[in-house]
Write a protein that binds this ligand. Structure first.
Ligand code: NPQ
Ligand code: MG
Length: 368
């Protein structure tokens, strides 16, 4: 197969409620939708880089630049026998995993539609429904946080992740634990601590948390190893894990006991599946992270999370949790057992709501 045309859409989507992490507050989420055309079929992918370089160095504009100047020309030239070759084909560009991942996703969707196979089937997924949870931003006070958690529990979410940062950590997590003694609860610091300041987190070790996510700097596996030695609670790495190689090294180093897998962070679904395979073989639990995806990226997350090693609930919430108006026709709904059904139609299994897409589009460009 040869891709005949690729169209990029720079989107801005209004969140239903602001989302605050240790690196800032987001009101409007930016991303890039990729549309790849071949043999009369359209495949879609989502690049999860945001307007600001808070979670990662990539932004919607760096991703647009890297895709349009380097990645797309290489893809348009290539004979693509399978989605798995995209990773190698784009390997000449250093870094920029979110840009690569969005393009690869569009190729997976194209292939699935051409061959009448779901992404789940192509990746080797097994589950028909996947366990999910909700990620809750930093709130004004512990009391406000407890109220927001209660609201999500009433909607049926069985696992909650709360964002923390210095000054908004132990009191918040303790308040939630006191109110909900049996809740599956975890925290995410997005790299807000150092080995020194993380000593303030030691009371978290008595709260029976599922895990503590990315407390230290993304490029600091060794200090995560030192910190893990002082905690019973598993440390989970997110930002630090950019490849299967990092995964192996982090596990060999005992820098963590759990891995968060996001296709965008690791350069695509192929690499994400490879990290899953490595962890599964070593008996290390993994779960599917989230980047406030639109319905497009969320469909891919559900397919990925259907692989057998995804034993912890993912940061994949129902459509209602995110946007005033999403760009897919599909609404993902939460089942009463805190699961979401994995799409089983060809490719990602979604259809674009073209009116919603048009409303969200800031810029659009086709190549060639
Ligand atoms: C995480 N996600 O696990 C990420 C971080 C995150 C659902 O907690 C704009 C761009 C907003 C990137 C919010 C969740 C974001 C973002 C959160 C990344 O660390
Ligand atoms: Mg995280």
């Amino acid at each position: 197969m040869k891709i005949e045309r690729i169209t990029l859409y720079h989107l801005r989507m209004q969140l239903k409620s602001p989302f605050t992490t240790s690196f800032g507050t987001t009101y409007d989420r930016e991303c890039i939708l990729i549309e790849a055309a071949a043999e009369g079929i359209l495949g879609y992918g989502e690049c999860v880089a945001d307007r600001d370089p808070g979670y990662s160095y990539e932004t919607s504009k760096t991703a647009w630049h890297i895709m349009s100047e380097f990645l797309i020309p290489a893809l348009l030239e290539a004979e693509i026998g399978a989605p798995q070759i995209v990773r190698d084909r784009l390997g000449f560009v250093r870094g920029h995993p979110m840009a690569k991942s969005g393009l690869e996703m569009a190729v997976w969707d194209l292939f699935g539609k051409m061959n009448q196979r779901s992404l789940k089937a192509m990746l080797g997924g097994t589950a028909e429904r996947v366990k999910v949870g909700v990620s809750i931003g930093i709130q004004a006070s512990p009391e406000a946080l407890v109220r927001v958690v209660a609201d999500y529990l009433s909607l049926g979410y069985g696992r909650v992740k709360i964002k923390i940062k210095p000054g908004h950590d132990v009191r918040e997590a303790s308040a939630v634990r006191r109110e909900f003694p049996d809740l599956l609860l975890q925290v995410d610091a997005n790299s807000a601590y150092t080995l020194e300041t993380a000593s303030a987190l030691s009371p978290l070790d008595d709260l029976d948390l599922l895990l503590i996510e990315q407390p230290l700097a993304e490029d600091d596996l060794w200090d995560h190893h030192l910190l893990q030695q002082t905690f019973k609670t598993p440390i989970c790495l997110d930002e630090s894990i950019l490849s299967t190689r990092h995964t192996r090294q982090a596990l060999d180093m005992a820098a963590c006991r759990v891995i968060n897998i996001k296709a965008g962070r690791v350069g695509g679904l192929s690499e994400a599946a490879a990290i899953h395979d490595l962890c599964h073989a070593r008996g290390v639990p993994v779960w599917c992270g989230g980047m406030l995806e639109t319905g497009v990226g969320r469909a891919a997350n559900l397919a990925l999370a259907s692989l057998p090693g995804f034993t912890l609930p993912g940061d994949i919430s129902a459509t209602d949790r995110y946007y005033v108006r999403d760009i897919t026709q599909e609404r993902f709904v939460l089942n009463p057992d805190s699961t979401i059904d994995v799409p089983d139609r060809p490719g990602l299994g979604i259809e674009i709501d073209h009116q919603a897409l048009q409303n969200a589009t800031l810029a659009k460009q086709s190549f060639p």
